[in-house]
Design a protein around this ligand. Sequence first.
Ligand code: KG4
Ligand code: ZN
Length: 337
Amino acid sequence: MNVLGIESSCDETSVAIISNEILTANLISSQDFHAQFGGVVPELSSRAHLQIIIPLLKAALKKSNLNLSDIDLICATAGPGLIGALLVGLTFAKGLSYSLNKPFVAVNHIEGHIYSGFLMDEKPEFPYLVLVVSGGHTLLLLVESFTKVHQLGTTVDDAAGEAFDKVSKLLGFGYPGGPQIEQAAKQGNSEIISFPIADLKEPYNFSFSGLKTSVLRYVQNNFKDVSSISAGDKNDIASAFQKAVVKALSNKVEKALKQFPVKSISLTGGVAANKALRESFALISKKYDKKLVIPGLEFCGDNAAMIAFRGMKSYEHGLVNDLDFSPYPGLTPKHFS
Ligand code: KG4
Ligand code: ZN
């Protein structure tokens, strides 16, 4: 069976093919031009998806040694995401499904991330805990099977990646902020400043807006403006901030491990590229003797391989969507409770 996956929810256009359970292509085109605007511009994102989606499909077919008529199943991200951007991939997928007369599966983007560990040779074992951390989401989930997921907690304000992006902007670094904060943090001393970690009533929820505000206050109280912060001071601020985020995320994972007898833990989403966070997860997995699955970088950020995989599993469990499927007002994950 040849499964086509299409992802266009934000600023990555991606087309992937899973052929007889083997990933044969996962092409990702990142829209780097948003950096000049300090964030993703939705209309420009949609236009860029439109420009690249057909060449990407052709390249993915070529890489997989397949013709379009060989595709048996078509899966596309159907939300959450930017509505105009989503519509490009989704409408394209529906058109292919109609013209090829092959089934179409609408995939929830978060469900794609949740199961992305299965794209690795070493796969998660059910039940497992997964932390999905990206520019738009921060979710801690207990995954029992391909059809049963419990959401333990989420952010009550900013997503983890969003906090990286906002603090990056505050320090005069560019967008996306995560890699730049990480780079600065490497050269800084995380012990000089202590930023607070939110203590919420809900045991597994996260909050990053207070942390972001304390970084802002620290800058306002100690410097005239951004241009007067030395590179060394920026590094120390970045380092202390990153330490607080990693601690906030890791604390909740440890708490969940004490309550839920899982076999594995997984970490995914764009922020999972962060080395300090990966190292913290490695320590936790050792401490609690759990299998750790962190997908490779090409599967952590937005990619169509995870969409093809999730769509394929949904199809195996009997899901096929009608072509009048709408991504608005939003796709609720099928199996969340
Ligand atoms: O999953 P993703 O590519 O897109 C979505 O938001 O869905 O995640 C992008 C987010 C951005 O906020 C970016 O700053 C963050 O992931 N990010 C990182 C790192 N690389 C990317 N955050 C921390 N450390 C990194 N190395
Ligand atoms: Zn994502």
